[in-house]
Design a protein around this ligand. Structure first.
Ligand code: ZN
Length: 290
């Protein structure tokens, strides 16, 4: 179902015009803008960064390994899913990974930032993309799966996002979430990335449960690399004016390949049922009760 963000009416229709109050979201090109006031001035991300990120992520071990983990979790926990919405899809790298792994899945993506949305549109032409505020989703009981991959940490009111995700899911549907973990790892990297927080596992679990979900699985990842990550972030804490937030993405090819192998090992462990207790990131799978 669609939800009118102006009057709250739930309706089923091909278009977005509300049958009750006549409200219609703004359309720019092929995309609907549900929160146009946020499209240019998003504080969660630097628009200028999208271009660089789009170039770097396809080759970077962390983005590549995270994609494989997400695709595994999707196939393991939501095998029967017919459609998926990704909130905060950025440049569309995750959606493109899901698109090739699950050709039968109907894909939607939302992004608050206009520039990100355009990158995503060129990267995943078959996805249905919309500009919106994750705290106000114009859907109810619509999706089988909703993903938010390193998105919640950008948003003050993460509880509102989780409630909206809950409401936009069909009963029996579920969420896939990744977030940066361990407040002790907070560094200049998080500041520059416009993070509001890094999560403790219990904090994420509690917020997800409070929104109505049953948590099916959590696991840390980037666990075996944790000492390395901690060292790297500590060095940054020393503080330099010329700090480059994308430096972690630019690695020598041999190192990038080695790190990717380590994350492959972690994924095998997670797939085998091991829930890694600590790690730079946290994966959570949760379901909306039938
Ligand atoms: Zn309305």
């Amino acid at each position: 179902l669609k939800v009118c963000l102006s009057c709250g009416t739930r309706f089923e229709a091909n278009g977005w015009r509300c049958p009750s109050c006549g409200h219609e979201p703004e359309q720019r090109g092929t995309h609907f803008y549900f929160a146009p006031e946020l499209a240019e001035a998003s504080t969660g991300y630097d628009s200028a960064c999208f271009g660089q990120i789009a170039q770097l992520e396809a080759g970077n071990f962390w983005f590549r390994a995270r994609n494989r983990l997400i695709v595994w979790a999707l196939q393991r926990y939501f095998r029967g899913a017919r459609n998926l919405l990704e909130i905060g899809c950025g440049t569309g790298y995750v959606l493109s990974g899901i698109a090739s792994a699950a050709p039968g899945l109907r894909l939607s993506g939302s992004e608050v930032d206009r520039v990100g949305l355009e990158y995503a549109a060129s990267r995943v032409p078959r996805a249905h993309l919309m500009q919106m505020d994750a705290r106000r989703l114009p859907f109810a009981a619509e999706f089988d799966v909703i993903g938010a991959f390193d998105v919640l940490e950008h948003i003050d009111d993460d509880a509102a996002v989780l409630r909206e995700m809950f409401s936009a899911l069909v009963p029996g549907g579920g969420i896939l979430v990744t977030v940066p973990q361990h407040p002790a790892l907070w560094s200049e990297y998080d500041v520059r990335a416009h993070h509001v927080r890094r999560y403790r596992k219990d904090e994420l679990r509690d917020k997800v449960t409070a929104a109505g979900f049953h948590v099916a699985r959590t696991s840390s990842f980037v666990s075996l690399l944790l000492p390395l990550l901690f060292g790297s972030r500590l060095r940054q804490k020393a503080g330099t004016a010329d700090y480059d937030p994308l430096a972690e993405l630019r690695l020598p090819r041999w190192l990038n390949a080695a790190l990717e192998t380590v994350l492959d090992v972690e994924r095998w462990l997670i797939r085998g049922g091991v829930s890694l207790p600590a790690g730079g990131s946290l994966l959570l799978v949760a379901c909306k009760p039938q």
